[in-house]
Design a protein around this ligand. Sequence first.
Ligand SMILES: Cc1cc2nc3c(=O)[nH]c(=O)nc-3n(C[C@H](O)[C@H](O)[C@H](O)COP(=O)(O)O)c2cc1C
Ligand SMILES: C=C(O[C@@H]1CC(C(=O)O)=C[C@@H](OP(=O)(O)O)[C@H]1O)C(=O)O
Length: 392
Amino acid sequence: MKYMTAGESHGPEEIAIIEGIPSGLHLTEQDVNKELSRRQHGYGRGQRQVIESDTVKFLSGVRHQTTLGSPITLNVHNDDHNHWASIMDPNEPATDENSVRKVMRPRPGHADLVGGMKYRHFSDLRNVLERSSARETVMRVAVGAVAKQLLKELGIDVHGFVLNIGPAKTKLEHLTAFNTLNDLRQQTESFETRTLDEETDNEMQAVIDKAKKEGNTVGGTVQVFATGVPAGLGSYVTADDKLDAKIARAIVGINAFKGVDFGGGFNNSEKFGSEVMDEIFWSEDKGFYRGSDNLGGFEGGMTTGEMIAVRGVVKPIPTLYRPMHSVDIDTHEDHKASIERSDTTAVTAAAVIAEHMVAIELAKAILDKFDTDNLGRLKEQLTAYREEIKEF
Ligand SMILES: Cc1cc2nc3c(=O)[nH]c(=O)nc-3n(C[C@H](O)[C@H](O)[C@H](O)COP(=O)(O)O)c2cc1C
Ligand SMILES: C=C(O[C@@H]1CC(C(=O)O)=C[C@@H](OP(=O)(O)O)[C@H]1O)C(=O)O
């Protein structure tokens, strides 16, 4: 399975094409829209989310609510484009009128300055901003929603949560206690029913309000769990095949993500080996299993069959309403950085995006290993593989 996205933040459309989804998967636009709506919610987002009501259109690859095995084209319209039609016009040459939203004072923390240098966009850094914007993550979530639909058919659930926003930490004890694997397993049943509001409690909202009032922004940490994953996805034989490495890349590839770890992750560096390794057990009904999940479900770049636990660190939003120092790229004079309408925080959306990126990497790993033509055959192969692993 592979995919590509295209689209500028204030252009007319966002597009993704996915190749390699098996035929026979039940898939509706509502399945995707449910996830797009989750990405739009969360306390601390700006006015753009009020304008947009992200809904997908299937342009190819799905017929009568079922995938055909052909490339799936997904399309989300940018409602905000109405306000930007002349600024984003592909046919008219640049004029004073249609360049009113020029960006000449690059914003620290954005792709503006280096993107301008690299692509020679010296007349307007909007040419960088439009594609480097996290607007594009709407399509990654749309692709991830298709991946999640496939994984659900295979008994695999993936869900993302907020761990902290600035100094305010989640009250959800189970999200930080990796040793209580059984508790976590029970909690997974309620993953889908959780609301985003439950994740940004009053303390988090107070942190966001304070930042906003002060023209500032905040980041945070997100957690993704995946359950029902069979042992042996990914491989130790080459670095490129390591699935934890692929997931790490997918997470840090999300706008504003600056760190990733698995299981106890960075905290494990302060512990002794005896506290960190996941001891091995065997039982008749389960086959091999572990007593803890401190390594987040990976050994040697392969899934262990335990729950996958990945965390991602999200930096504070770079656009500040109390802007930082910058330099005009034309005059080279000192100035405050440009201000674009902005979120105060997007950690809740980031949790949803991270969840979908993990789903994409898991779906890819499964489709690398088993049949990609038809879902029924894929299920048969995966069931046989699970049996074989259990008999080991
Ligand atoms: C869901 C989401 C929404 C974002 N919204 C904004 C925003 O409103 N304003 C902003 O300056 N940055 C926002 N960002 C962050 C920037 O897109 C990102 O920091 C920038 O493109 C530079 O990329 P980098 O942080 O990965 O280096 C957002 C990121 C995410 C994931
Ligand atoms: C559009 C989205 O996020 C945008 C990401 C973003 C950025 O710089 O990354 C900047 C803002 O764009 P705008 O100036 O149009 O409000 C966010 O709203 C979205 O998530 O759908």
